[in-house]
Design a binder for this molecule. Structure first.
Ligand SMILES: [Zn+2]
Length: 180
C-alpha cells in the first residue's frame, strides 16, 4: 500500500483531507492562494469555482477551521471550541435534502464559495453520521497538522508520518518530561 492510499479517507470524506492539505505548514505553498488556483482545485473535484479574492479568503478560513476540528479529533485541541469556529460559516452555506437514486442526500443550495462550503459541510455531516469522521485527523505535531485518515486497527495513529513527525515529536516530549 502506498503512503497516499494509507492516508486516504473513504469516499467523499477524502475531499476534506485534500482541502486541509492544500496548505503545507508551516510556510506554504498554498494551493488556494488566488481565486484562479482555488477555482482549479474546486473544478477538479466537481465543486463550483470561487469568483473573487474575498471568496478565496473565506475558503481558506474554512480550511483552517476544519484543520482545528481535525486537530481536536487527535485530542490536541478543544473540540467544542473547534466546532464553534465552524458555526459562522454555516448560515451562508445552505443545504437542502434532495432525493437521488431512491435515497435522501444533502445538496448545496447556494452558489460560488457558499456552495463549496455547503458541499463540504454535507460531507462532514455524513461522516459524523457514519462514524468515520473521528478518524480524519490533523498530525499531532503542531507545526505540521497535515491531515490523514487513521486506518490503524485500534484508531491510535497520531502522526502524519512516523519518520518525519512521530519520532521527532516523541523525542521532544520525552525531553520535556525529563526536564519537568
Ligand atoms: Zn506531521
Amino acid at each position: 500500500m502506498s503512503v497516499l492510499e494509507a492516508d486516504e479517507a473513504p469516499g467523499r470524506l477524502d475531499l476534506l483531507r485534500q482541502l486541509v492539505n492544500t496548505l503545507d505548514l508551516p510556510d506554504g505553498p498554498d494551493r488556494l492562494a488566488t481565486p484562479d488556483e482555488a477555482s482549479v482545485w474546486c473544478r477538479e473535484r466537481g465543486l463550483p469555482p470561487v469568483t473573487n479574492q474575498n471568496e478565496c479568503d473565506r475558503l481558506r478560513a474554512f480550511r483552517e477551521a476544519i484543520r482545528d476540528v481535525l486537530f481536536a479529533n487527535n485530542g490536541e485541541f478543544e473540540a467544542s471550541r473547534a466546532w464553534a469556529a465552524l458555526e459562522p460559516f454555516s448560515p451562508r452555506a445552505p443545504l437542502i435534502v434532495a432525493v437521488e437514486n431512491g435515497a435522501p442526500v444533502l445538496r448545496a443550495a447556494g452558489s460560488g464559495v457558499d456552495a463549496v462550503i455547503a458541499a463540504l459541510f454535507a460531507i462532514v455531516y455524513d461522516a459524523v453520521a457514519h462514524g468515520t469522521f473521528a478518524r480524519l485527523r490533523a498530525c499531532r505535531k503542531s507545526s505540521c497538522r497535515f491531515a490523514y485518515y487513521d486506518r490503524s486497527k485500534n484508531g491510535s495513529r497520531a502522526w502524519c508520518s512516523m519518520a518525519t513527525c512521530g519520532n521527532r515529536e516523541k523525542a521532544q516530549r520525552r525531553r520535556r518530561r525529563e526536564r519537568a
